[in-house]
Design a protein around this ligand. Sequence first.
Ligand SMILES: Nc1nc2c(ncn2[C@@H]2O[C@H](COP(=O)(O)OP(=O)(O)OP(=O)(O)O)[C@@H](O)[C@H]2O)c(=O)[nH]1
Length: 450
Amino acid sequence: MVLAIDRRSHTTKFEHLIDTGVNSGPERAYLVAVDATSADSVWSVEDSLNELGALARTAGAEVVGTMRQRLTHPESATYLGKGRVQELVDIEKQLNCDLIIFDDELSPTQQRNLEKILNARVIDRTALILDIFAQHARSREGILQVELAQMEYRLPRLSGQDVEFTRQAGGSRGATGGVGGAIGVRGPGETKLEIDRRRIRSRISELKEDIEDVRKQRAIHRRQRAAQAMPVIAVVGYTNAGKSTLFNTLTEAGVLAENMLFATLDPVTRHIVLPNHQEILLTDTVGFIHKLPTKLIAAFRATLEEVVEADMLLEVVDISHENAIEQSETVTEILEELEAADKPRVTALNKIDLVDDPDDVDTSLYPNAVPVSALKNQGLDALLETIARVLAESMEEVDILIPYRKGDLVELFHRRGNILKEEHLEDGVHIVGRIHRTLRGYFLSYSIAE
Ligand SMILES: Nc1nc2c(ncn2[C@@H]2O[C@H](COP(=O)(O)OP(=O)(O)OP(=O)(O)O)[C@@H](O)[C@H]2O)c(=O)[nH]1
């Protein structure tokens, strides 16, 4: 995969792993998986292959067949056993395959060995996911994060072929590859491969620095938001569950919604008001996926910090998907990795309009679940009410007397808190109510001692 500048628009774009076939028809992909599932595996190999097929189609390929082999673990040299690899050589000829896509991340050795044996291009699940992320990266932050993950993925896999990268997000600097290029000046005794490695390493450190700047910027934004003291709710969910659509419907924010995996890469935050007049910030995040490459999670740390720092999570589940439960479990596993699984959570069981019998949906399988259709605008009032209720549960009760000269604080309580009792006394407004912990500090000094 090569990064290049789109000269017409002067914006950065990625050249893709899969030829989307505008001129020549889509590339023909054959999918391969090792079935190493055990009794406690969440995903079956069929479901994993189906999903790999959806990913391949999202990237623009046509799926022409699948193969699986039952093994306790993939073979270290060639992923599949020798016999199956030989079978694959025949199949790729018969089916005229352009690509063979493996359902796990291949080690650099597996990749090299398979490339020697097979004629079609060898791609693994990680490279495919990274490619789709690259297609959907919109903001400078998203582009930087995807490029870092791609570079880290490529470094151990370099085999001495050309590495060319000609861009810097934002277009401030460019360097052309090849001998004598701005980065690629050959040092004494250096081979082409060594130069390539050195260039990638130096690009990785540049990217890390840029992403560190992004993180600092985000931390500043979070502090500014904290000063507004509105609870932050992060929208999380499996890719394609309908996060952006729900986010849009709830905020009318116009975030891109596409029927493709990973349309969302960059978090966006919007302000909404709940039915009880409480104000919250809703933040859209990146879609999760089964076998999400760990390098990608690391590269997306700046984005995922929004989830880690949120006060509550709104998980969107595509309840019409046959793997809805597996997808939700995968989301929980990733949240556990991020140490964010214990946050209060509301689940939007989305796409209920596609379910034949909505009454059959077992809402008890998900925390605080509400069936909705983000697209058809169904169930959204109930969802907002549930968010308000769950948020209230994480609020703390206060009993305060606010002097009349502090009218702004009374007003703040009206907007952000739940008032249980309010009376106007001689020396101020007496309020008994619940307020989110982020705001409690403002009112502590007005507490009425027991
Ligand atoms: N029928 C139906 N389709 C929906 C609903 N909500 C979303 N969709 C469709 O599902 C597809 C994916 O929606 P998105 O909102 O882009 O999903 P996402 O979770 O943000 O996706 P990623 O960016 O991949 O994480 C789009 O084609 C939406 O129109 C719904 O309630 N009903």
